[in-house]
Each structure stands twice: as structure tokens, then as C-alpha cells.
Write a protein that binds this ligand. Sequence first.
Ligand SMILES: [Fe+2]
Length: 306
Amino acid sequence: MIFRRMVKLAHISDPHLPMTTAKVTQLLCKRILGYQSWHLNRKHVHDPAVLAGLVEDMQTFQPDHIAVTGDLTNIGLPAEFAAAGRWLASLGPADRVAVIPGNHDAYVKIAHEEGPGRWQQNMKGEYAVPEQAAKDGFPYVRVRKNVAMIALSSSVPSAWFAAGGRVSKRQLGALKTLLPRLRQQGFFRTVLIHHPPLPGQATWRKALWNAGDLRDILVAEGAELVLHGHNHRHMHEPLKTAHGTTHVFGVPSASARETRHKPAAAWNLYQIRRDEGAWRCDVKIRGMSSNAVQFAELRHVAVTFD
Ligand SMILES: [Fe+2]
């Protein structure tokens, strides 16, 4: 029997954990809108029971690594960051659970140690990154067997009605260096980012505002997967690059009940292996199949990278 190493990578996003209590003084800013929106509407969509069911389903597959692509919080309160840190710890050891922030995790400016700094153990890698990246903390690069995950942050505080993002020039410069280096070293390259990474994948208000710059780097240097959240929808877009095809996947919110406009919670499992000199990846798309919080396989896609 030929032993083929396979890596099982689970991708979940936008869990939007339950709102914590807030002091009035913490709401005297953009947060007041998000706070109202949560209590009027979003708390009826993002259900902790759904999230628990999704996590249970995911854990039965015993993934080698879990990627959480942002929006763990709703209005970026210190107590929300602390609760999200506890939830991350419940998923598994920090070196098996990578997280990046989303736009809701940068709702307003917050001291690093009270905000994303709470997730520091889940936001570091073991692969050396260019000097400019080390300063910002992103990208960090995780390695699991022959799979490298390059974690970008597109999370920036924005105007009252905006939910877009931007990847800094420093991160883009580091990505441009890392992608060819990792390819030459034989890694399967998976880029993690909260916002959909290609132009036109979100309306301007919600878009990655420099998606064209990121797309140009992907086209020039290639990557095997890009995993994102933010749109709360199933998405899959192949992108032709100078080094084959990059598959860009997005998943719905991990805690959502189905609404008129958005699907119920789902997550993806990527089973990655090297087969006769080529990368293979089987993608299981698993989602909530009944309101009684049962999960089942919705689709299965086998992607190639030629
Ligand atoms: Fe988002």
C-alpha cells in the first residue's frame, strides 16, 4: 500500500459570538449602531446552539488544523474579545487553531491587549516571515506537514456605515516574497483573509478596497487556496495564475440560521494530498440540514490546480 500524506484543514468563519453586556460609555461611538442591530435583528440569526452543532460536526472529522477567518465579535468590546479567546481555546490547542480578525473585530480602535491581542497565541506562526511583516504581526505563516497557511489581516477601523477592509502595503510586500519561496520549498499554499480577495466579490461598502493589488500578486505568484469569510455565503471562484489555478473559497457564518437572504451555517473541510507529483484537494462542504441543528454534507468538490 502506498502511504500518501493527507492534511485535513477545516475552515470556519464569522461565528459572531453572543453579545456581551456593554457600558453606556463604550457605546458612545460607531458601536451604538452595531449594538442596536444585534438586539433588533442579528441575535435572532446568530445562534450559539447552531455554532455548537457546527463545531461538534467539525470535530468528528478530526481536522489537523482549523482556520477561523474573522468576525468572532460583533462590536469589538473588550469583553467580546475575552469571550472569543475562551471559545478559541475550546476548539483545540492554539497551534492547531489559526485565527485572523474581521471587520467586526476592528469596529472601533481598541488597545491591542484588550482586543485582538487576546488571541495572540492563535495568531502566530512557526515559519520565518520577511522583516516588514514581523513588525505588523501579519502575515504570519503556519505550517502543518506540507501545507503552509499565510494569514493576512484585512481588518481596519472604518467609517460608520462601512464594513470594508484593506491589506497593508507591508503585508502585500511580504506576501509577494512568501508565495514563491513557499512554492519552491514544495508547500501547498493557503492564504487566509477575512474579506473576499478578488475585485467584484462584494459591494464597495463591504469590499476589500485594494483587492486589485492582492489579485495581481496572486496572479503573478500563484497560491493553491484562498479562504475567506465576510459575505456569509458559499463561494468558490477559480482564478487563473501564472502557476496554475488558485481556488478561492468562502463559507457562510458558522452560527447562522437561514434567512431570506443568507444560507444557514456551514463549514468546509479541505483534504489535501500530493498525488503523482500534483496537488489534489477534496472539499467537503457541510452545512446545517435542519432547524434541529443537524449537519450533513451539502456538496463535495474535487479541485485540481493545473
Ligand atoms: Fe465581516
